[in-house]
Design a protein around this ligand. Structure first.
Ligand SMILES: [Zn+2]
Length: 179
């Protein structure tokens, strides 16, 4: 399972990590100025922070669970393949946690790219139906089944953490992190 998820996460990361997206939409890379005297065009700091945080999570986890890490890849989109190689001999629980991180990153990158259909192949964790959709304002996946409610009568909604944990069969992860 790790291979496919790593490939999905890597291709989404490659799409996110492009100069077009890294630069602020209103001040695109076409605003060329002399790089020595004027600051560079404003960049999309939100996206850069997001990518750095995901990269840091992968590297930190790999270094926590194994000492046999290769030098980091020069190209960020090779990071997930590096992660798989680094953790191949790690303990089973650590490899399961790696698969959870990969699944969550694949979902997070897809949502970040605006591919909200990425939640649809996931069954609703509450009712098991296939009616999940992405609620952009709530920043959660919601179930479209009107009968699918929480005990207090609210529509069921889920974080990407929870969907990723369900995908890799590790619901205890989101239970312990209380999403
Ligand atoms: Zn449901």
């Amino acid at each position: 399972m790790g291979q496919d998820t790593a490939a999905a996460a890597a291709s989404a990361l490659r799409l996110l990590n492009t100069p077009e997206l890294r630069h602020h939409p209103q001040h695109g890379p076409q605003e060329r100025r002399a790089p020595t005297s004027v600051p560079a065009a404003p960049v999309n700091l939100g996206l850069i922070d997001y990518l750095e945080a995901r990269k840091r999570e992968v590297i930190d986890h790999a270094r926590t669970v194994t000492t046999r890490t290769e030098p980091l890849p020069l190209d960020d989109s090779d990071l997930y393949a590096w992660y798989l190689r680094a953790t191949i001999g790690a303990a089973e629980a650590d490899r399961r946690h790696r698969d959870f991180i990969l699944a969550r990153h694949a979902l997070e990158h897809a949502i970040r790219l605006g591919n909200y259909n990425a939640v649809r192949p996931h069954p609703c964790p509450t009712c098991g139906g296939w009616g999940l959709f992405w609620d952009e304002r709530g920043n959660r996946a919601r179930c479209s089944d009107l009968d699918c409610r929480t005990p207090d009568g609210l529509a069921s909604s889920f974080t990407l953490d929870r969907l990723a944990a369900q995908q890799v069969g590790q619901t205890e992860i989101w239970r312990s992190s209380a999403t």
